[in-house]
Design a protein around this ligand. Structure first.
Ligand code: IMP
Ligand code: MG
Length: 180
């Protein structure tokens, strides 16, 4: 049976269905398989970036095949539907020295947040780091650092669901919606 998704209203904005939960889950399973192979002989630390990456971090680590640690950090750059350009560090990291870190992001947009996290990881003297993101907007990306694991490349349009919010709403949805 196929469930027909319908339009969604959050605050003043209307969103339309964009990526189904089945597609998201399938893509995460593939990424988990790839990461499991790449980290076969290591015990990585998955570092989820709150709040947006909470669903992706849970799904990805559940399907990771091997020993791993799970940590979270909290940064904030978005107000409404635009990047403010300034990053607030709300929960820092600790004890990552010498660890193999996989940063887990909900979405890489301008790349400001990822750049900030990379700076932090370099100061922490981690053994290695890679970036995993569920969604990536190549047209919006302004940085040069390679994004190692990309779930879905999407156009430069605001999305919600599967952890992503519009002013606090929409994170709990199991699928992704796009601004109409
Ligand atoms: P960046 O620093 O511009 O790369 O933006 C990264 C952060 O902004 C993400 O971790 C999200 O929390 C938020 N963000 C970027 N694009 C969207 C979007 O389309 N919907 C919801 N949040 C977004
Ligand atoms: Mg985020």
């Amino acid at each position: 049976m196929k469930t027909q998704l319908s339009m969604l209203q959050l605050h003043d904005l209307t969103f339309v269905p964009f990526i189904t939960s089945a597609e998201i889950e399938e893509r995460i399973a593939q990424l988990a398989q790839q990461i499991s192979a790449d980290y076969h002989e290591k015990t990585p630390v998955f570092l989820g970036v709150l709040n947006g990456a909470y669903q992706f971090t849970a799904a990805l680590t559940q399907q990771f095949n091997g020993d791993c640690e799970v940590e979270f950090t909290k940064l904030k750059s978005y107000e409404g539907t635009t990047s403010t350009g300034t990053i607030q560090n709300l929960i820092g990291v600790n004890n990552l020295k010498g660890k193999h870190v996989i940063v887990v992001e909900d979405i890489v947009d301008t790349g400001n947040t990822i750049s900030e996290i990379i700076k932090i990881l370099e100061t922490e003297e981690v053994a290695s780091y890679r970036i995993a993101t569920l969604c990536y907007k190549p047209e919006a990306y302004k940085k040069s650092h390679k994004i190692d694991y990309i779930g879905l490349e999407i156009p430069n349009k605001f999305i919600v669901g599967y952890g992503l919010d519009y002013d606090g709403l929409g994170r709990n949805l199991p699928e992704i919606y796009q601004l109409k």
